[in-house]
Ligand binder design. Sequence first.
Ligand SMILES: Cc1ncc(C[n+]2csc(CCOP(=O)(O)OP(=O)(O)O)c2C)c(N)n1
Length: 384
Amino acid sequence: MRGPPALGVVRAQALPLTRSSVQKWSPRMPAVQLLSPEGELVENPDYALTLSGTELCGLYRDMAITRRLDTEGTTLQRQGELALWAPLLGQEAAQIGSGRAARPDDHVFPCYREHGVAWTRGVDALTLMGLYRGVKHGAWDPQEHHFHLYTLVIGPPLLHAVGYAMATARRPGDSAVLSYFGDGASSQGDVAEAFTYASVNRAPIVFFCQNNQWAISTPVSRQSRAPLYRRADGWGFPGVQVDGNDVLACLAVTRSALDAARSGEGPSLIEALTYRMAPHATSDDPTRYRDTEEVRAWEAKDPLRRLRAHLIAYGHAGPDFFTDLEAETELMARRLREGVRAMPDPDPVDMFRHVYVDEHAQVGEERRMFEDLQNSFAQEETVR
Ligand SMILES: Cc1ncc(C[n+]2csc(CCOP(=O)(O)OP(=O)(O)O)c2C)c(N)n1
């Protein structure tokens, strides 16, 4: 008799698609793409986008900076300077395109990997790293950046975002909410509830799903038999699938969805098809559950490479642009390294101070117990 499977990483397998489901559920339209992997422009009258050479270079700069700060995050974790890092390598276009589509007065609700979006909202990467070093609580002011706090629990940020969007709709003004989640989070009940509230209240919100194909070691085929963007059908709002490695398509589609939200047309769902090139987090080893061939295939769709090819082919940027950018990102990386290493350790009691605005009786009790424990160490030192 075979015993239970040994504990450890089980090789992920796609569910067999037995019925004629492959055809039935295949996307009705191909994902929106405005820039091919080779850097050619693709016409799409529904999402026409005219950008100047300077604007295109700006998007490339955003993505190059994002990639550099992300690699720096991974390196700093490997050197023991950060407790953890959630890399976004490969998702730069999805994040920069959608992030740049939002206006300053819109409100953005991230999950925990949206470092590129954070960049577009003016949150200093050093501040982000304080969070991953474990020396900051929340780290930035959501009201200053209209970029809400990272949440490690997947699903709830969508409920927070919908609540915020419903409140936004009651106030004069025309701002919208942009809410990020992953393919794994799409299976959370909170996401379904968020869709319901958004739909029936016609909340001015755009749900942006970065389908990076994996939820740690679980492939997207274990989350859904139908393409995720088609979930919107069931809630009665539009759903669009976009090439998530195409920064232009992500920008155009998100901009259009945010405009619709601002003009009272209610929510929409965007599914950005992308790929998490790096581990889920620095504590993960993706070689245990996915094939290198799959990774290689996505490498060919790299978001930076295709925009770079376009900038060069259309004469928007020459060698100087890329050399200067390299120097700029290197300088930023040095500032991040030095800044992280210089971060002072916080007072350990701080962790009790930010739980509630006014101290809760139970948290107060826990704080006193913790302080007594700390003091007992200090007394032991004096005796010695
Ligand atoms: C409610 C909840 N359940 C489980 C987890 C553990 N967990 C952390 S990340 C993750 C996978 C998330 O995948 P996805 O939503 O696709 O986002 P990605 O990490 O790929 O960006 C899981 C299951 C969690 N953080 N929250």
